[in-house]
Design a protein around this ligand. Sequence first.
Ligand code: ADP
Ligand code: MG
Length: 348
Amino acid sequence: MAIRTAKHTIQEFELIRAIARRFARGASRLIQGIGDDAAVIAAAPPMWWHLTTDLLAEGVHFDLSAASPESVGYRAAIANLSDIAAMGAVPRYLLTSLAIPKTLKPAHIYQLYEGLMKACRPHGVRLIGGDTSASKAGLFVSITLIGTTTARRAMFRHGAHVGDRIYVTGTLGDSLAGLQLLMRGKTPPSTRRPLPQLRRSHRQFLVNRHLHPTARLAEGQWLNTARLATAAIDLSDGLSGDLRHICEESRVGAELDLGKIPISTACRAYAERQCLQPVQLALTGGEDYELLFTAPSKKQSTIERQARARGYRVTCIGTIRPHRFGAQMTSGDGTTQPIPMTGYEHFR
Ligand code: ADP
Ligand code: MG
């Protein structure tokens, strides 16, 4: 039985100790990690610290009947790593706070950490602390990620200028297509619209892009240190919404060339079977975690050459326009219309 102290049960202390043992490691500037009242990091030469945090609530951001604790942890880490990538920073330290319902077993918590660390480990990110509480209303997971850049060197949402080109990494819309495929798997076959089969490899690709997205850290650090981008953001809410953030913060307008938006073969095949426009998935689909950035037009050939040499997929999809132009999109037939404001929303 759990012995209650003011805040904790003995099981919670054991859980924290086990988490520390299994998932925390030392690092050169880390003076004190898990186990004291605060983590301590030695100051370093002039640096900028980048801090980002996300709170995920069961039933709002994830559903444990549809996703494993491992994938919840993985995706929570990627959401934060992607924010750090968009700043052009190097991710360093992770703090995780949990509110755990009685129904959840320690094994599930360890699986969650496996997912977190699977996303963080390849980048050398160290778990240095957190907080643990009981919950009476589902699982809550709060992640805080700390990254660094050299001082005065970072990418912001502000900074885009009229005439800059607009770029994205990777392909867009895959994650939303993957999510729709997963949801479809949950509805009984009798109520589904019969549709031509999607090739298995395409289905796997899309579902994997949803469950195991990639944070574009190498691309972000490249754009930042090579001083190529004037502004950047990660695509967590869909192209239409995230482009609008850059426009608002930079006080500019934008024109997208719909025909240029990079769509994977799998996403195209999926859209065709659903009688959807693939660009619709790209514009509204959240959680692709690609980078959207702007750069002066004179840097276009440098960007394309360096991206090719490094094996990064980067596509120019439009141009920054004056503020009064608004946010418009041009389709293949030359017609221009406002970009609809239908990004991914949590409060639906
Ligand atoms: P306090 O009462 O001072 O907040 P805690 O018992 O909450 O202390 O935490 C003790 C140590 O364990 C701290 O270093 C804290 O950062 C760490 N910790 C607590 N919960 C977690 C968790 N879920 N994951 C990682 N570290 C944790
Ligand atoms: Mg605490």
